[in-house]
Design a protein around this ligand. Structure first.
Ligand code: ZN
Length: 252
């Protein structure tokens, strides 16, 4: 059978859901669970980690994610935090204790994590998926990564950047961090533009630290599936990237 996913569990660790409020950014609005499910089915994805698109206040969006994940076990919910607000610890407490969310998505659009926020995340041992690349150098996270060695930090997009002049150099700093620190992983979301980067990531960092992610519903899981499936690596390594690594991180 040519298509791999009939045999192994595929988990997409990076997807967004929400109506959104940034009407000037098509990537941040109108992502429905129905659309995501449709793309998951087309791409053979068994489960997706979901989190909100961008908002000013994440209380309601996080509640919406929790509700969707509660109804359908193909979804695993992560929350987002308004990092410039004064109640970051309360936001995390609510997301974990009340909503049962399993991790935190950090985006530089929402601010940068403070020590107070990271201390709370550390207490709960929540995995963090941090936006990196696409305008944010992965290296901005090195201090945080060093300070919280027990928090799993997934750097998004392999540090990939669409800017032509930094397209190849930005991922190198993500590779450096993933090789240097045991708590750092990389996700492939939106890095399908240059498949060579994905190949380089697996070669440099190793399959144990690369996670299948897509940024669906804007990017199709079936495309990223093909990128990973075409790599000249063992079936065992493909299995780790497609779902084994994130399943271990999240105890799925
Ligand atoms: Zn994303």
């Amino acid at each position: 059978m040519r298509r791999y996913y009939h045999k192994i569990m595929i988990i997409d660790c990076h997807t967004h859901i929400g109506k959104g409020e940034m009407l000037n950014d098509v990537f941040q609005i109108n992502s429905t669970p129905e659309r995501l499910l449709y793309l998951m089915n087309k791409g053979g994805v068994d489960k997706s980690v979901i989190f909100p698109v961008c908002y000013k206040d994440y209380r309601k969006p996080n509640e919406e994610i929790a509700e969707i994940a509660e109804k359908d076990n193909r979804f695993v919910g992560f929350g987002r935090v308004s990092m410039n607000a004064s109640n970051v610890t309360e936001q995390v407490d609510y997301a974990v204790k009340e909503l049962g969310l399993r991790g935190i998505k950090l985006h530089t659009m929402d601010g940068f994590p403070s020590r107070e926020l990271m201390d709370r995340i550390n207490e709960y041992r929540l995995p963090v998926l941090a936006h990196s690349g696409m305008g944010t150098s992965p290296l901005v996270y090195e201090g945080l990564i060093q300070s919280y060695p027990d928090v799993v930090i997934i750097l998004a997009h392999l540090g990939f950047d669409l800017n032509w002049s930094t397209m190849f150099s930005m991922p190198m700093s993500a590779f450096y961090l993933a090789k240097k620190y045991r708590n750092v992983y990389l996700d492939t979301a939106a890095a399908h533009w240059v498949q060579y980067i994905i190949e380089q990531a697996v070669e440099e960092v190793g399959a144990d630290k690369i996670l299948f992610g897509t940024d669906a519903p804007w990017f199709y899981p079936s495309i990223m599936w093909a990128c990973i499936n075409d790599l000249e690596i063992s079936d065992d390594d493909k299995q780790k990237i497609f779902g084994g690594n994130i399943a271990r991180i999240l105890n799925l």
